[in-house]
Design a protein around this ligand. Structure first.
Ligand code: SF4
Length: 384
């Protein structure tokens, strides 16, 4: 019987995709093995969010190729998928000669069979891709335009899980709360490819909600109500949310729906309006704090977490201190703090110079990590 092994790097979206890739193998009669050394096919599901993540995937494939180069056993077929596919086939085969195949990540359909390891909790993809263009982010290029999964499909999958004893679900998407709003497509790639003049910050479409109040209840809130109504499902989580689609009605739904978990992950990325503009985040620190205040006012036991990038191009000491100040005000319980690294192909890579020295990025990372994750809220940080 042929065998497969999947090695997954990166976020929950990748882990969820890997469950569906495994389902596809099983449907074709393959059996999973615990070690790549004995597999006929090895899938490497990659992450490209930072340079280090790509290095780790390449190092893994290099180790694997080297292992088989020294042995008589035939090298397994090595298949790369995930966010590194944004490089394009030609470049990937040049960069990683050991590769045998590249699987575009958008070929992993929502409705592929799924192999789940957990028997109580399930990841449910509700959308793929992204219609926003944060300048630092590779997702719009690696995963393409946002595509919402139809409501009936999601409900059928959740119902099936409940019938099999699952009690907890996490709805997954790059922007879960813009689910159902992707009518407005953006022909942005063409813009990036223009040759007549250098690409600038002004060329970027602004990230903003595509929801209009006149349309009634936001689609994501309607989806939450539908899955909440399924008997057997006791806990519903969702990630990730973007601040420009975090509408009041969603806050009310979280407050009043006992099945919705009260941990909200709300990436801010920076506390400086100047940096947020360079990142094209489509909101200000004031807008963000307003959402935090509404969450705290309406949901007594809410817990808020965030993502932050330090050392974004041009970030001054003063701009960084605005993020420190926001940390004190927002009182996040968890913060995933990352040092900026330019990702080839992104708008930031095209427009800005990576001009904050690594030592400064590291110092800023330590300061914020201490403040948010180690509870040193009283210390006044010294910024390099
Ligand atoms: S909202 Fe911004 S950071 Fe999130 S996936 Fe889309 S482009 Fe990337």
């Amino acid at each position: 019987m042929p065998t497969y092994y999947i090695h997954t790097f990166g976020c929950q979206a990748n882990k969820s995709d890997s469950e569906r890739i495994a389902g596809d193998y099983e449907a074709r009669g393959y059996t999973e093995v615990r070690s790549w050394k004995t597999a006929d096919e090895v899938v490497v599901n990659t992450c490209a969010v930072r340079e280090r993540a790509e290095h780790r995937a390449r190092a893994f494939i290099f180790t694997l190729a080297k292992y088989f180069a020294d042995r008589t056993k035939r090298k397994p077929k090595i298949i790369l998928t995930g966010c590194m596919t944004h490089h394009g086939d030609k470049k990937l085969y040049e960069m990683i000669p050991a590769l045998d195949e590249i699987l575009p990540i958008n070929e992993v359909g929502f409705n592929s069979a799924v192999v789940r390891k957990d028997k109580h909790h399930a990841w449910i993809p509700i959308s793929a891709g992204c219609n926003s263009f944060c300048t630092f982010c590779i997702v719009p290029y690696s995963r393409g335009r946002e595509q919402s999964r139809p409501l009936e499909e999601i409900v059928t999958e959740v119902q099936g899980l409940a019938d099999h004893g699952y009690t907890e679900i996490t709805l997954l998407g790059q922007n879960v709360n813009s689910w159902g709003l992707e009518k407005v497509g953006i022909g942005f790639r063409k813009l990036l490819m223009r040759k007549d003049r250098p690409f600038t910050r002004e060329d970027l479409p602004s990230n903003q909600s595509q929801y209009l109040q006149s349309q009634g209840t936001p689609p994501f809130v309607r989806l939450l109500r539908k899955v909440s109504a399924i008997p057997g499902i006791q806990v519903i989580r969702f990630m990730t949310s973007n601040p420009w689609d975090f509408h009041d009605e969603l806050i009310e739904e979280i407050a009043h729906n006992p099945k919705i978990d009260k941990y909200i992950h709300l990436p801010v990325q920076s506390g400086s309006n100047n940096v947020l503009f360079r990142m094209n985040r489509g909101y200000t620190r004031e807008n963000y704090l307003e959402i935090v205040e509404k969450l705290r006012k309406n949901i007594a036991d809410v817990v808020i977490g965030t993502d932050i990038i330090v050392g974004f191009p041009g970030e001054t000491d003063e701009e960084f201190l605005e993020t420190v100040d926001l940390a004190r005000r927002a009182q996040w319980k968890i913060g995933f703090v990352a040092m900026y690294s330019p990702r080839p192909g992104t708008a930031a890579w095209r427009i800005y110079k990576d001009d904050v020295p690594h030592t400064v990025k590291k110092r800023r990372w330590e300061i914020l990590d201490n403040i948010i994750n180690k509870d040193h809220l009283q210390e006044r940080p010294k910024v390099m």
